[in-house]
Design a binder for this molecule. Sequence first.
Ligand SMILES: *[C@@H]1O[C@H](CO)[C@@H](O)[C@H](O)[C@H]1NC(C)=O
Ligand SMILES: *[C@@H]1O[C@H](CO)[C@@H](O)[C@H](O)[C@H]1NC(C)=O
Ligand SMILES: *[C@@H]1O[C@H](CO)[C@@H](O)[C@H](O)[C@H]1NC(C)=O
Ligand SMILES: *[C@@H]1O[C@H](CO)[C@@H](O)[C@H](O)[C@H]1NC(C)=O
Length: 369
Amino acid sequence: MKLWLFFTLALLWLEVQNGMCQQVKRKKEAGENRIRPGRKRVRYPKVKEKEVGSKGQSILTQVLDKGHFLRPGESLSLSPGKTLELRCKGTNIGWAYPSYLDTFNDNRLSIKQHERYSQLILTTPSAADTGEYSCWVVLCDGEECSKDGDSTSSTYIYFTDKDELFVLSAIHFEIIFLRPDKPATIPCRVTNPKIKVSLHREVPAEEIDVNGTQISYSPTKGFIIQNPSPEHKGAYYCKANSTTKTTPQISTKYQLLYVEVPSGPPFATIKASSDVVSGGDIFNVTCTVLGEPEMNVSFSWRYPGLGQRPVIIHDSWRLINRGMGHTTRISQSVMIVDDVETIDYGKYICTTKNKYGETLVATTVKSHE
Ligand SMILES: *[C@@H]1O[C@H](CO)[C@@H](O)[C@H](O)[C@H]1NC(C)=O
Ligand SMILES: *[C@@H]1O[C@H](CO)[C@@H](O)[C@H](O)[C@H]1NC(C)=O
Ligand SMILES: *[C@@H]1O[C@H](CO)[C@@H](O)[C@H](O)[C@H]1NC(C)=O
Ligand SMILES: *[C@@H]1O[C@H](CO)[C@@H](O)[C@H](O)[C@H]1NC(C)=O
């Protein structure tokens, strides 16, 4: 009997122990379960925020028809003519858009800050409006405001126009400085990333080999010369092959000038209005220097009739805006020779001088006979 009781008690005890163990286990599991998701909840959002931050969770959206929104990727291709509306989330937003729109103080562009977002509207966009559009949060501490760079969201918008393959430049002749210490860009951008573009030199007439190492092409930037050297200087243009037309389109011309660092003597050219003249004619010789805006240049002339016949010399300079914040100073000296006589045939030498040195350029004017 005692033994039986002992076994019964023992079994009971084991069961109770087991039950308690299970209860404890279950409690632990429950506890662990509670802790685990808790930890995850703390960890995952952090990771997510980081991922989102580094991928740049865009605050920028494009408004499509009827309240539909699109978060644009790196680039967008839109048809010209149709109003563009972009929105950026935030109570104080800054914007950047192609400088072309500022240059012409374009009233097609409007920006309005609403309570929770800023709105950019561009009516009747054209191929020329192709470029980068971006926005960012402006943080203000009292009067002082700064750009929150991490918030910057941008997209490159192509307004694809089948007749305008190149993004028009405000000027028809661009000067590009080549410096040995930085890549140079020939900015023939296109209105559609699918357009095939080639680079050509005028003299000697040749297509430049673009294989992506020394020179590469980006539809949003143009041709990029990695390590410019003096042999790259000269006149160039870009040619675009249309997918719909048989004749290719030619870009603006680009004059590539090699600039020594530190700056050197003037880069000068000389040209007579006519190389061959007859007695009684009128001609002029123009000496031109292209350079940095602040660099003043002086000119002096040597010519066949020096000291014996009067000539008119007119010096001038002006700044030309090349867009993108670049300005070039063009300095010129024009000599006018009226009523040509025998004494006027010969060599015209222009000496140009800046604080780094002087450059001589010459041209010869011959008799027609
Ligand atoms: C453009 O088209 C011409 C003729 O079809 C071809 O010879 C040339 O290689 C093309 N250029 C580019 C950059 O595709
Ligand atoms: C690319 O072109 C440059 C100069 O034109 C040349 O030196 C280089 O070997 C070329 N690279 C390839 C991979 O063809
Ligand atoms: C120089 O000559 C050319 C051709 O005859 C003329 O078009 C130009 O106006 C002249 N320039 C000056 C400054 O006289
Ligand atoms: C450039 O301008 C400065 C100040 O006006 C003057 O002192 C200097 O002589 C000028 N240099 C040349 C080359 O004309």
